[in-house]
Ligand binder design. Structure first.
Ligand code: NAD
Length: 457
C-alpha cells in the first residue's frame, strides 16, 4: 500500500520504517529540513534499538523515502498518518496546532479518497476537528466532491523498545466512524495491519472517541501504578519496610501483576507527564475533576526530588565542597530522550547547591548538553561544574566522588565491581533511585546504601 507519514519523530519514523518493512511504500514527511537531510544522509536522528537497520534496508529497497515536500507527500499516500507532536499548551491541554496544520495540508492538496489516521496522542474529539479542517480546505478549493475519512489509531509503542513493540503489538486500536467512507477506511486499515494479526487477532475496533480516550487511559493507568508504588515506598522508608519485598508480595496476584510496580525517582519522558496533564485538563473542561490523576501528577513531581532530598539530608544544603557521580541521564534506558527526565531535576538541585558532578550515560550525553543549556539559561556558568562521560565502564566516573547517585537503570549499572566502587570514591555512599542492588550486599561491601523505600531513610 502507499502510505504517507506526516511527522518523522520517534513515532513517525518507527511507524514508517516498520510499515515499509512489511512491504508498503512509505513516504515520510517532516517540516524540519535538518531532520530530513540527516535521514537522507543515512543517519538516524534519534537513538532507538534496531531502528537504524530497518531504516537502512528499506531505504535500500526503495520502500522508504524522506522528504519535506508536502504536496508530494499528500499525493503519495492513500493512507495519511498524522504522527506530529502534541506538546502541552500552557494550561496543560494538548496543543493541536501541528495536528491541525498537517490536516490542513491534506485538505489543500488531496485529489482522491484518503484515509487520514490520527496516530498522535490527541484529546477526545480531535478527529472531528481534523475532519472539519480538511472539509474546510476542500470547500475552499471547490472540491467538496472529494471523499476522506478520519480514523483514530493511537500508538502504544515504548521508547527503547519501539521497533519490537510496533512489530509485535499487544493490540491495535482502530477507531472509525460507522458510515460509508468510515467503513471503507476501516477496510483499508484492516488490510494494512493484517500482517500483524496472522496468529491471533490483535485489532480492537471501536468508535473514534473511545479510541482517542483509550490511549490516555492506558498512560493514566501506568502512571498511576508508578505514583502508587512511589508513595508507598516513601512510607516504607518511614515504617522500616522494604518496598521490593512488598512488590514481590503483591505482584504474584494476577489481578495486580508485577509490571510497572517499581518504586523509583518518578516517571518522565515525552508521554506520561503530558498525557496525564492533558487528561486532567479534558476532565476539567468537561466539568469533572480527576482527583486520582491529579494526585498521580503531584506525587510524581515530588518523587523527582526524593533522591536529592536524601543527598541534602546527608550533606547539608551547601554542596560547594562536594562532588557527585551521576549514573544515567535519559528518562529511561535504551533511549536518548531527555524530555521531562528526572535527571534534569536532580542536576538542577545539585548544581544550584554548588556541587560538582561527573555524569555518565551510554547514549544521552549530547542530548543532555543540549537540554541543560535551556535549563540553565539563567545561570550558564553552573554548567562548568558538570562533566560528562559515556565510557564503556561507568565506574570511572566515581573517582573522588562523595557519593554516587543512580537515576536511570541502564544495564551497564547492574553489577558493578563493589570493591572498585568503594576504593574509587572519597566516601562510599550510593543513592540508588532505581533500587538496582540488594541493601544487604551493599552493607557487606562496606558501602552506605540508600534506595527508594528500602528501609534506608
Ligand atoms: P516528535 O517530536 O519526536 O516528532 C514530531 C515530528 O513532527 C517532528 O519531527 C516535527 O518536526 C514534525 N512536524 C510537526 N509538524 C509537522 C507538520 N505539519 N508536517 C510535518 N511534520 C511535522 O514526537 P513523537 O515523540 O514522535 O510523538 C508524536 C505523537 O505520538 C505525540 O502525540 C505523542 O504523544 C505520541 N506518542 C509518542 C510516543 C513516544 O514514545 N514518543 C508513544 C506513543 C505516542
Amino acid at each position: 500500500m502507499n502510505i504517507s507519514i506526516i511527522g518523522t519523530g520517534y513515532v513517525g519514523l518507527v511507524t514508517g520504517a516498520c510499515l515499509a518493512d512489511i512491504g508498503n511504500n512509505v513516504f515520510c514527511l517532516d517540516l524540519d529540513p535538518r531532520k530530513i537531510a540527516t535521514l537522507n544522509e543515512g543517519r538516524i536522528p534519534i537513538y532507538e534499538p534496531g531502528l537504524a537497520d530497518v531504516v537502512e534496508s528499506n531505504v535500500a529497497a526503495r520502500r522508504l523515502a524522506f522528504s519535506t515536500d508536502i504536496e508530494a507527500s499528500v499525493a503519495h499516500g492513500d493512507i495519511q498518518f498524522i504522527a506530529v507532536g502534541t506538546p502541552p499548551d500552557e494550561d496543560g491541554s494538548a496543543d493541536l496546532q501541528y495536528v491541525l496544520a498537517a490536516a490542513r495540508n491534506i485538505g489543500k492538496y488531496m485529489e482522491g479518497f484518503k484515509v487520514v489516521v490520527d496516530k498522535s496522542t490527541v484529546p477526545v474529539g480531535t478527529a472531528d476537528k481534523v475532519t472539519a479542517v480538511i472539509q474546510e480546505e476542500l470547500d475552499r478549493r471547490g472540491r467538496s466532491d472529494l471523499r476522506f475519512s478520519v480514523v483514530s489509531n493511537p500508538e502504544f509503542l515504548k521508547e527503547g523498545a519501539a521497533v519490537e513493540d510496533f512489530m509485535r503489538p499487544d493490540r491495535i486500536v482502530i477507531g472509525y466512524t460507522d458510515d460509508h467512507d468510515g467503513r471503507e477506511a476501516l477496510g483499508w486499515m484492516r488490510q494494512l495491519y493484517a500482517p500483524f494479526n496472522r496468529n491471533h487477532e490483535r485489532t480492537r475496533v471501536m468508535d473514534v472517541r473511545s479510541a482517542e480516550f483509550a490511549k490516555y487511559a492506558a498512560n493514566a493507568m501506568l502512571a498511576t501504578r508508578i505514583s502508587f508504588m512511589n508513595e508507598l515506598a516513601n512510607l516504607a522508608d518511614r515504617v522500616g519496610a522494604d518496598i521490593e519485598a512488598v512488590r514481590q508480595g503483591i505482584g504474584s496476584d494476577p489481578r495486580i501483576g508485577y509490571s510497572f510496580l517499581y518504586a523509583g525517582t518518578g516517571y518522565g519522558g515525552s508521554c506520561f507527564p503530558k498525557d496525564i496533564q492533558a487528561l486532567t485538563r479534558i476532565a476539567r473542561d468537561n466539568g469533572q475533576t480527576l482527583r486520582v490523576l491529579e494526585s498521580v501528577e503531584a506525587v510524581n513531581d515530588e518523587q523527582k526530588r526524593v533522591l536529592t532530598n536524601k543527598v541534602l539530608a546527608r550533606f547539608g544544603p551547601d554542596l560547594s565542597e562536594r562532588s557527585f557521580a551521576l549514573w544515567g541521564l535519559a528518562f529511561k534506558p535504551n533511549t536518548d530522550d531527555m524530555r521531562e527526565a528526572p535527571s534534569r531535576v536532580v542536576l538542577d538541585v545539585l548544581l544550584r547547591a554548588g556541587a560538582r558532578v561527573v555524569a555518565h550515560d551510554p547514549i544521552a550525553v549530547e542530548e543532555t548538553k543540549r537540554v541543560l543549556k535551556l535549563d540553565f539559561a539563567d545561570a550558564p556558568a553552573l554548567l562548568d561544574r558538570i562533566s560528562f562521560t559515556s565510557a564503556k565502564d561507568p565506574i570511572e566516573a566515581l573517582a573522588g566522588a562523595d557519593a554516587l547517585i543512580i537515576v536511570t537503570e541502564w544495564k551497564a549499572y547492574r553489577s558493578p565491581n563493589l570493591e572498585r566502587m568503594k576504593a574509587l570514591m572519597k566516601s562510599p555512599v550510593v543513592f540508588d533511585g532505581r533500587n538496582l542492588y540488594e541493601p544487604a550486599t551493599m552493607k557487606d561491601a562496606g558501602i552506605t546504601y540508600q534506595g527508594i523505600g528500602r528501609n534506608s531513610l
